[in-house]
Design a binder for this molecule. Structure first.
Ligand code: GCU
Length: 826
């Protein structure tokens, strides 16, 4: 290598290798800016004057120093004195006006902030003023974000006030350290029944949350362990509150309505019993003695087995108000979840409809909740599906405070093994016009709270998927400003996360913006919802699990048609829960947008969509298009190899490649199932025909036995081969009938019970070996555990033998579904 090349390599390494990252800093990397960009910030003052000494103001000052040091290499001095040079001024509005009589700060909401250049005593001052002590912290993060993105600060004059006062995170963490629907490692708060000794991650999390303006966090599962408010536990909770306080994040907990009885020593938890009322009051008095700034509680009651007021013939109003009254003296709030439904519905009843439940229960109670009760409503009427209409309850409780509950953790959306950028989906709900009383009333205009179920874990990058962090970021941004576009937010996040290179920004934006439609297309298009295993891990395809049970996630896929009829005229009447204006969009199949057609209507498979395609052909096509799109994400990402640090590049590549492969599993499972249910072939003849595939069960088997999957569509042809436990190894073999260079894909199953091994031979030569050591959901052979190994560029001649040897291990039987052989793609 010539000297020049070595030099160039070194420069490249300094730029790329030196910043190898694990995602832990998320969007707060404060990466050093290129000289040219840094230059424009040269005139920033080198002194910060901080008024007040509350913890969030202290954090704002620390953050400012840290951000400027890292991005610009600039050390700034802190002072509380009247400045004698240009300065940055950090403080709460009232204090600023008191100290600088001539400085007029605009009106600000409590958490709002003002960023402005002004002149004080002959010196230039960059003012970061807040309505409360959280405001300057939010303003500081906003300022640092602008610098990181290289934005011009010269004309800065900006007032920002949050869209909703309550911007909370819910974590579904259990006290034993596991997380319900968490996909990124154990809890950052709890382990083995106690609060963690080391709460560093909890503190860092609060910093991340504050950086996007979030101000509350409920730390335990909505399926609440009643021990959460035990006297002995309260001091432990106080430690979490201490970790949150510097960032202005209020601690909240989930409570269980039955606590007065289950752990409180009473023989009842009837909310109207004075002893129960006294119990809650006493409990919260004690809690507030330990945590004076405690935020409030969330309640899941009469839902999925959680006890609730119905046990005593009481209503959610009775339940919410008893807790609200105990919290009121301390200014705490109750988020009472509207996720109340009967999960033993009669599927044979054509009028039964889970989607109706929240409105049916809460609408009649409107106006009766105390004013520190907020009814927390999931975005859609079912349960975080890939697409749902906005819940009609947002317009159905006019005199009640409402919060929207969005899910950041991707329970039904690929569990962070798939990249799905959720802001476009959330925007659809936030922007949906409920037409309350005939006025324009988008959901976002009706909210006092915005709540996101995040479920971050101990994994270095919080959500175990670098690209999924855009969801946590955009949740905070939308809670702050629901008018921002999904595109603008992802653009901000990109620049903070991967830098300002225009090609990187554009391509990752492209992947993110296309990821929800792609996922919807290869899972459940046309309003079918995520056709996943709803009685299992909610991950891979298993459409049959939607039907014929009490859970009410039915899609009514029958031989003659598909979809739930929710119309008023012939269906369950759910459409009638919307305003008259909104009803017009959904009451008839003709008016309903294609993407929600099957959520609202039962139609024949041959029903023509607005674009002219039949429903069944659209289902087939969408699945092929979605899977192809997922594959395209990999290609797009690969073009960025030299522009992203190697660690994150490789991690994202591995994630997107797995996703592309799993999208094929989805595509085939749903299409095969729809083909069998409808009996109508794919006009393009793809579904059920895979000429490049050789099914393992049709190969020559040594020791392997053919097995049928419980959900047959989880394996190609409904079958796989598994190696019995008592054998040390098994093999499948086939012969090749043309000469050429091939790409071979082996579709196999990776179960968690052990680490099976596979070897691929051409004749006697071993050409590949791999281990089945992924952590995937599900315990059985199913679409959840179906994965692909690619072995590319293998030369073979007619008559060669292709052989796979599988070595089972523990509970993993080294099962194989099929191999696919295609001409080598260069
Ligand atoms: C879903 C989820 C549960 C969760 C529930 C809820 O049903 O699968 O794990 O407890 O929602 O939101 O309460």
């Amino acid at each position: 290598m010539g000297t020049r090349l070595i030099w160039l390599f070194l420069m490249w390494c300094i730029a790329i290798c030196a910043i190898a990252e694990d995602g832990h800093d998320a969007w707060l990397r404060y990466a050093r800016l290129h000289e040219a960009t840094a230059k424009q910030f040269q005139s920033l003052p080198k002194l910060v004057v901080t008024l007040g000494d509350s913890p969030p103001i202290g954090s704002a000052q620390t953050e400012l120093k840290r951000g400027l040091a890292r991005m610009l290499g600039r050390e700034i001095r802190a002072s509380k004195q009247t400045p004698t040079q240009d300065f940055i001024l950090l403080g709460v509005r009232d204090q600023i006006e008191e100290m600088f009589a001539n400085l007029h700060v605009p009106e600000l909401a409590p958490d709002g902030f003002w960023l402005d250049w002004t002149e004080v005593g002959g010196h230039k001052a960059l003012v970061i003023a807040g309505g409360s002590d959280r405001g300057p912290l939010y303003g500081t993060f906003a300022l640092l974000g602008k610098i990181a993105r290289g934005e011009n600060l010269e004309t800065l004059d900006e007032v920002q006030n949050p869209a909703a006062p309550l911007r909370w995170i819910n974590q579904w963490d259990n006290l034993d350290g596991t997380i319900e629907r968490g996909y990124a490692g154990p809890s950052i708060f709890f382990e083995n029944g106690s609060v963690r000794a080391d709460l560093t991650r909890a503190r860092e999390y609060a910093r991340l949350l504050a950086s996007v303006g979030l101000n509350g966090c409920v730390v335990n599962n909505v399926n609440a362990d009643p021990r959460i408010l035990d006297d002995a536990f309260i001091p432990q909770l106080a430690r979490i509150a201490d970790a949150f306080r510097p960032y202005g994040v209020k601690l909240g907990v989930s409570v269980n309505l039955s606590m007065p009885k289950t752990v409180g020593g009473l023989d009842t938890f009837d909310p109207l019993d004075p002893r129960v009322q006294a119990w809650w009051a006493h409990k919260f008095d004690a809690l507030y003695r330990a945590i004076p700034d405690f935020g409030g509680v969330v309640v899941k009651a009469d839902s999925e087995g959680q006890l609730g007021p119905s046990a005593y013939g009481r209503t959610p109003v009775d339940a919410a108000n008893v807790i609200a009254r105990a919290l009121r003296p301390h200014h705490g709030v109750v988020f009472y979840r509207a996720f109340v439904y009967n999960h033993h519905l009669d599927w044979k009843d054509p009028k039964a409809d889970r989607a109706r439940a929240a409105y049916d229960i809460f609408h009649p109670l409107d106006g009766r909740f105390d004013d520190n009760v907020i009814v927390q409503i999931k975005n859609g009427p079912i349960d975080f599906q890939v697409r749902e209409p906005a819940s009609p309850l947002f317009g159905g409780v006019k005199q009640t405070s409402k919060a929207i509950e969005l899910q950041i953790t991707q329970e039904y959306l690929g569990q962070q093994r798939h990249t799905v950028y959720l802001a476009p989906m959330w925007k659809q709900t936030l922007d949906f016009d409920m037409h309350v009383d005939g006025h324009d009333t988008p959901v976002k205009s009706l909210l006092r709270g915005v709540v996101g179920v995040a479920n971050v874990g101990m994994d270095a990058n919080w959500l175990a998927n670098h690209l999924a962090m855009a969801n946590l970021y955009s949740f905070g941004r939308l809670a702050w400003d629901s008018n921002l576009s999904a595109e603008a937010i992802v653009d901000e996040w990109m620049r903070l996360t991967f830098g300002n290179d225009p090609e990187v920004v554009q391509k990752v934006r492209e992947i993110q913006m296309e990821s929800w439609p792609a996922y919807e297309h290869y899972t459940g298009p046309l309003g079918l919802q995520t056709l996943t295993n709803i009685t299992g891990p909610h991950y891979g395809p298993a459409p049959e699990s939607q039907e014929r049970n009490g859970w009410g996630q039915w899609i009514r896929a029958e031989h003659d048609g598909v979809g739930m009829d929710r119309s008023v005229s012939t269906g369950t009447g759910f459409v009638g829960q919307y305003s008259a204006e909104a009803q017009k969009q959904f009451e008839t199949a003709a008016a309903t947008p294609d993407e929600l057609l099957l959520f609202f209507h039962h139609v024949p498979y041959t029903y023509k969509l607005h674009g002219g395609k039949t429903v069944i052909q659209a289902i087939y096509d969408f699945h092929y298009e979605g899977a192809a799109q997922a594959n395209e994400f990999v290609n797009t990402w690969e073009t960025l190899e030299r522009k992203i640090d190697p660690d994150r590049y490789q991690a994202v590549l591995a994630q997107l490649s797995y996703q592309a492969d799993h999208a094929i599993v989805w595509r085939d499972a749903i299409n095969d199932w729809c083909l069998r249910t409808s009996g109508i072939s794919d006009a393009q003849d793809r579904v059920g025909h895979h000429p490049d595939r050789i099914e393992a069960e049709s190969m020559h088997l040594e020791g392997y036995t053919a097995v049928e999957l419980t959900s047959w569509e989880g394996a190609s042809g409904g079958k796989a081969v598994a190696c019995p436990k008592e054998r040390t190894s098994c093999a499948v073999e086939t012969s090749i009938n043309t000469d050429g260079t091939y790409d071979i894909a082996v579709q196999y199953f990776d179960l968690n019970g052990g680490v099976a091994r596979f070897e691929l031979f051409v004749n006697d030569q071993r050409v590949a070996t791999w281990k089945a050591d992924r952590q995937l959901p599900g315990k059985d052979l199913s679409a959840d555990s179906s994965v692909r190994e690619h072995i590319n560029g293998i030369s073979m001649n007619r008559g060669d033998h292709l052989r796979i040897v599988g070595t089972p291990n523990g509970g993993d039987p080294a099962a194989i579904d099929y191999i696919e052989i295609q001409p080598h793609a260069n």
